[in-house]
Design a protein around this ligand. Sequence first.
Ligand SMILES: Cc1cc2nc3c(=O)[nH]c(=O)nc-3n(C[C@H](O)[C@H](O)[C@H](O)COP(=O)(O)O)c2cc1C
Length: 279
Amino acid sequence: MTDRLSSLWQQRYRTPLPEALADNKVSQSAVFDSLLTHRSVRAYLPNALPEGTIEAAIAAAQSAATSSNLQCWTVIAVEDPVRRARLAALCGNQSHIATAPVFLVWVADLSRLRRIAQNEGETHEALDYTEAFLIAAIDTALAAQNAVSALEAAGLGTVYIGGLRNHPEEIAEKLALPEGCVGLFGLCVGYPDPAEPASVKPRLPQRAVLHRERYDFEAEAEAEIIAAYDALDDAFQKEQGLPSRRWSATMVRRIATRAGLHGRDTMRTSLKALGFPLK
Ligand SMILES: Cc1cc2nc3c(=O)[nH]c(=O)nc-3n(C[C@H](O)[C@H](O)[C@H](O)COP(=O)(O)O)c2cc1C
């Protein structure tokens, strides 16, 4: 068991397993094992998913916590290859959307609550506020990740598609989304192609992300942590046959200018057009 745990930890952080984890119950479960082996899969076999797979994944998704039980998300399962190809084009021509047998579109959905209020003859002014959009976005992400965990534990592969937000209005139109709905991200689902295996990508050390009692920032210590992670990430890139890089420089390029948003700098306008006033 500890060997397995050491190997999971090693793959994720590329450091030895801390002693405290060896006997900790949280790290002993099959769920933990599956979570730590997550990697995004972008190469799929053409095999269809067995009957009931989507419904099982959605049951996992609906089992996630949801703010005040509002349940303000909807998922659209797209299997039709022609429709998937059209969506792939709208999401930055990502070919895995066309090759994975199923593409799940995760939708922040305030329209259902609006309809319920209208049917009751009531107002729904709280839905116009940024907080309502945030609730829907948070709940959608929590639900999707539950589905991912269930699918991965069964040997399926997935990759999230933020490219779905490249053209929010066109996506809404293609999928006949009512007002008060926005596609937040897609999710390709399928059997990983063993000829193109994906690897576990190392993450920042916990010292970077886990603080205790208060935000614990010290410039020199953080610079050291980031430099060490840059080296780890570069080693991973080389192992994968990918170009050498500094992770921090790549991330900085991404956030340096508005252009780094690749056209998504108009998101607020799109959200308003789709029925989220964001007051
Ligand atoms: C919300 C979200 C959107 C993403 N969008 C894309 C995408 O459009 N295309 C893609 O190939 N990967 C996408 N990814 C996958 C990330 O690139 C990937 O999770 C990250 O590089 C870490 O790699 P790993 O998942 O293999 O650990 C997305 C991930 C998330 C969480």
